[in-house]
Design a protein. Structure first.
Length: 303
């Protein structure tokens, strides 16, 4: 039994077919078939149910998959440890969703590289389901994901830290309502609101309480920040995403006294089979946890 056989087996389960796995691994299909045949011969039983419309694992294949993934994860960790000098801090890997990367992961990585300037970094920004698969496949050791979320079934994870921060109504200083000392939700319902997908729950709640419009603008955070600066639109932002803008007076929080409870939650997670976090990877986990637990509180509106 060798590493190539294990990688072929795990990749087939990931891609769902021999042909797609062969393309991913940049090998010919007969080669990957021969590797699986040799692996099954060593195990003494088929690992895949053949002949159906959809490729499936046999019960023995399902049991073996967990051990094959663990073996590859441990091997990759060992290679990283052998290649990296201790003073470098090792290699870190993290994945997160777009709305969590800019406000949490990117600043934490910047802090990390000041502590470990020679550390290797792999960071990916993808949809939540893909983040979970990267974690489950051992490609990343840490992940930051929104909560609640319908995480893919069958994926194990361990919570390291939790973020809970409010979503605040933000406008430009030149917006017509920016200088009001106090507002009610009735005062701001008719404002032109941008819909920013901080969480699916927030978008649902926002659409429920705002008037129905013929046209809505569903935009990512960076686009929302630019549009808000034009003084026409308003948007909800977590403090961690706009704290500098608020401190410099470039954006303002509308002082809505009866604001609905809009917030976003997120989790810092790891895979329970990923082994102990060490060096720069452990430092990154601590930096992320510190930022999540000490997220900026609501900024006072400037008069």
């Amino acid at each position: 039994m060798d590493v190539d056989q294990l990688r072929a087996f795990v990749q087939i389960t990931r891609d769902g077919s021999f042909s797609r796995a062969a393309e991913t691994l940049l090998i010919a299909q007969p080669t990957i078939s021969n590797r699986i045949h040799a692996l099954e011969k060593q195990i003494g039983a088929p690992l895949f149910v053949r002949g159906g419309r959809r490729l499936q694992l046999t019960p023995r294949g399902e049991r073996f998959l967990t051990y094959a993934q663990r073996a590859l994860e441990l091997l990759d960790e060992g290679v990283d440890a052998a290649r990296t000098e201790p003073r470098h801090g090792g290699r870190v890997s993290v994945a997160s969703t777009p709305t969590l990367t800019a406000s949490l992961v990117a600043p934490a990585l910047a802090d990390l590289l000041r502590l470990f300037p020679h550390a290797g970094v792999f960071a990916d920004t993808v949809a939540c389901e893909q983040v979970m698969h990267l974690l489950d496949d051992g490609i990343v050791r840490l992940a930051v994901v929104p909560s609640p979320y319908a995480y893919p079934p069958g994926i194990e994870w361990q919570e390291l830290a939790r973020l809970h921060e409010p979503l605040l109504p933000v406008v430009a200083p030149t917006h017509p309502l920016a200088n009001r000392e106090a507002l009610t939700w009735a005062d701001v319902r008719e404002v032109e609101w941008l819909h920013v997908p901080w969480t699916t729950t927030h978008l649902h709640d926002l659409r429920r309480v705002l008037p129905t419009r013929d046209v809505t603008l569903d935009v990512p955070p960076a686009v929302a920040r630019s549009l808000v600066r034009t003084s026409r639109w308003a948007a909800f932002f977590p403090p961690s995403a706009v704290q500098r803008d608020l401190d410099r007076g470039e954006l303002r929080v509308l002082p809505v006294v009866d604001l609905p409870d809009f917030h976003r939650d997120a989790l810092l997670i790891r895979h329970p089979r990923g082994g102990q976090l060490r060096g720069a990877q452990a430092a990154l986990a601590s930096l992320l946890a510190e930022r999540m637990r000490g997220a900026p509180r609501p900024h006072e509106a400037q008069p």
